[in-house]
Ligand binder design. Structure first.
Ligand SMILES: [Zn+2]
Length: 254
């Protein structure tokens, strides 16, 4: 069963520590797909924003931000570089939002999951930031894939021998591939994935750094503040060609 206790704990902390309003809207929107014989889930990448789109006039919004990292912007399915600014996805959805009078804002399109973790580490909310959806109450499970690649690299206890983690580690193509490889190398767990040994010939430390060309996709007035904060929290990729060269498991079709 999925649990939202951990995100709720974060919302409470944002209200208490930062004194900010958090708007929570009850919804069973992910059920709509089941009316069409499909599994429960979001119908598109931006379905989670439906409530904000509908409330945009009421809240007087200029744009809506989504925390999509490099893994799903400049990389296709986390394993092959693409020029995101030229993709169907970016052009189509940017226009769809514009039709609703909104900017589609991607403030971390130039930052990987790893970079996002490094930023979270520097936040006073780090003790309540946790992506695990299988925990009990305020405890993360330590056994799911999210725990493996998000909690493990933060130095939190996980069990890499769990069924789910073992399944994901042996499945090809490796899910969230570039990020998972970084996490495996960082946690020195290469021995768990002998079939991937070729991928660890070089340090994957660069994956934590920011990819400056992505800033061009962020509209003003947000671009200025995002650039300022990016430079404050993260080093910039010195060799962006390492990202450009990402093409993992090219023999396996998408
Ligand atoms: Zn978990």
């Amino acid at each position: 069963m999925l649990s939202h206790d951990l995100p709720k704990q974060l919302f409470e902390a944002i209200k208490e520590r930062w004194g900010r309003d958090v708007l929570e809207i009850q919804s069973n929107h992910e059920k709509i797909r089941t009316y069409h014989g499909k599994q429960t889930g979001f119908s598109t990448d931006y379905a989670a924003g439906v409530h904000l789109i509908l409330l945009a006039d009421y809240l007087d919004l200029n744009g809506i931000s989504f925390g999509t990292p490099i893994d799903n912007t400049w990389l296709k399915k986390g394993r092959k570089f693409r020029d995101f600014s030229e993709t169907w996805h970016w052009k189509y959805w940017k226009d769809q939002f514009a039709r609703a009078g909104l900017h589609l804002v991607m403030p971390i399109n130039h930052i990987s999951e790893a970079g996002a973790l490094r930023i979270c580490e520097q936040s006073d909310l780090i003790d309540v930031i946790n992506s695990c959806l299988r925990g009990k109450g305020t405890e993360y499970c330590g056994k799911c894939w999210k725990c493996f690649h998000k909690n493990g690299p933060l130095g939190r206890d996980i069990n890499p021998q769990s069924n789910e983690i073992q399944n994901f580690l042996t499945k090809m193509p490796l899910r969230t591939a570039q990020h998972a490889l970084w996490a495996i190398q960082l946690m020195q767990l290469e021995h768990l994935v002998p079939h991937l040994s070729d991928e660890f010939n070089q340090s994957l430390h660069w994956w934590e750094h920011a990819y400056l060309p992505g800033l061009e996709l962020i509209q003003d007035p947000w671009k200025t503040v995002v650039e300022e904060r990016t430079r404050k929290f993260l080093p910039i990729m010195e060799r962006p060609q390492l990202l450009h060269q990402v093409d993992l498991f090219p023999d396996i079709p998408f």
